[in-house]
Design a protein around this ligand. Structure first.
Ligand SMILES: Nc1ncnc2c1ncn2[C@@H]1O[C@H](COP(=O)(O)OP(=O)(O)OP(=O)(O)O)[C@@H](O)[C@H]1O
Length: 368
């Protein structure tokens, strides 16, 4: 859907922001750009909708060279979300969302009906639509920003640190919303972030840049975490990259057995068989329990198995009813398998063709 072919951007002051970038972004996927500050992520993103034009090279969206299209028209056909939401302060939320449909000549009634529908899609009430942006929280404003970008149903969405300015709890909620929306809408999304955890959570593929606008590696999150192309990528992913990898595997196929009864730590259930707490039979000491579902990650399970007395994790179904317990050892074993699977994926015969776009550059041409 989006193709960069040896794209170079040098600003008039001599700064090379993007260095010979070649990268394909498939339709319906989320590609996340990460890298240290000033490595060219935003410039690369902004060249897609011609807010910045490349010095050389070609960018195609849906097969068409962006430089052959009218810049304003192109921008209206591509959704764009930025960190501070970029909403018009003197227009109501509803009118903000209706901006692009109105520019496209949809007519006021149809544009507002579409805006009202989108308010609901991003989890806001109709009442919020009548307010002005400053009357909403930061997280709500970001939701409006996403709704506005989706208003004309563009196939491509560019998101530049859209959740960078909200607290971690709201950030997680917004990420969940985006994942839910993406399942429904299947847009081609390019997402810029500083936060590697956000990248791992949201990305189908992660492109790691380093200073001077060099792409170092582009690969699916599991592959990136298991097989970083070089020390730069490994350092960027952090010392806990092994744990991050476990956040990508769910508990679903980890075995479970009956909860212990009669001796040591016992799992106390309510009348509906929902876990309440762990209680020590001998001392009557009580410890809280955090039951996990099949969709929870191996990382959450490992965390809970360390915190839980006896190293047992309580497993529940979608209604919160106990299905069994899993031991710390079983979780460890599955974690080891997840690492082996991710680390050897490319060596498997059926994957003989390398699926990653890895470009390790030797020169260190930083901004001059
Ligand atoms: N209009 C401009 N004129 C001159 N230099 C620019 C301009 N815009 C960006 N740059 C420079 O280009 C380089 C890449 O900037 P860019 O904003 O793309 O990086 P980034 O990876 O998005 O950074 P951050 O993570 O800090 O937002 C930086 O050195 C920046 O100072």
């Amino acid at each position: 859907m989006i193709q960069f072919d040896t794209v170079h951007k040098r600003f008039p002051n001599g700064t090379t922001a993007v260095h010979d970038l070649t990268l394909d972004m498939p339709e319906g996927g989320v590609t996340v750009f990460v890298g240290s500050s000033g490595c060219g992520k935003t410039t690369s993103l902004r060249m897609i909708n011609r807010m910045v034009d490349p010095t050389s090279g070609t960018i195609r969206v849906g097969g068409r060279d962006v430089l052959e299209q009218d810049a304003a028209e192109l921008r209206r056909s591509i959704g764009y979300v930025i960190q501070q939401s970029g909403l018009f302060p003197h227009r109501t939320v509803l009118d903000n969302i209706a901006t692009v449909p109105l520019l496209l000549g949809w007519g006021r009634r149809k544009a507002r009906a579409r805006a009202a529908e989108l308010l609901e899609t991003v989890g806001l009430t109709a009442e919020a639509g009548k307010r002005y942006p400053h009357q909403l929280s930061g997280g709500q404003q970001q939701r409006v920003g996403v709704a506005r970008a989706l208003a004309a149903d563009p196939p491509v969405l560019l998101m530049d640190e859209p959740f960078g300015a909200v607290d971690p709890v709201v950030r997680t909620q917004l990420q969940d919303e985006l994942l839910r929306l993406q399942q429904e809408l299947n847009k081609t999304i390019v997402f810029v972030t500083h936060d590697i955890d956000e990248a791992v959570r949201l990305g189908d593929r992660i492109a790691v840049f380093r200073t001077g606008g060099h792409l170092v590696q582009c690969a699916p999150p599991a592959e990136l975490l298991a097989r970083p192309a070089d020390d730069f990528v490994a350092d960027f992913l952090g010392a806990e990259r092994g744990l991050k990898l476990l956040s990508l595997t769910t508990l679903a196929d980890v075995g479970q057995g009956p909860a212990p009864e009669g001796t040591g730590w016992e799992l106390v259930l309510d009348a509906a068989r929902k876990p309440l707490l762990w209680r020590d039979e001998g001392t009557s000491a009580e410890v809280p329990v955090r039951p996990l579902r099949d969709s929870d990650s191996l990382l959450s399970a490992l965390n809970e198995s360390i915190a839980a007395p006896g190293g047992l994790v309580a497993r529940v179904d979608a209604d919160g009813v106990l299905t069994g317990v899993t031991s710390r050892d079983e979780i460890h074993d599955r974690a080891g398998l997840a690492h082996i699977a991710a680390g050897t994926r490319l060596d498997a015969p059926e994957n003989a063709g390398d699926t990653s776009d890895t470009a390790v550059h030797e020169d260190t041409d930083v901004a001059s």
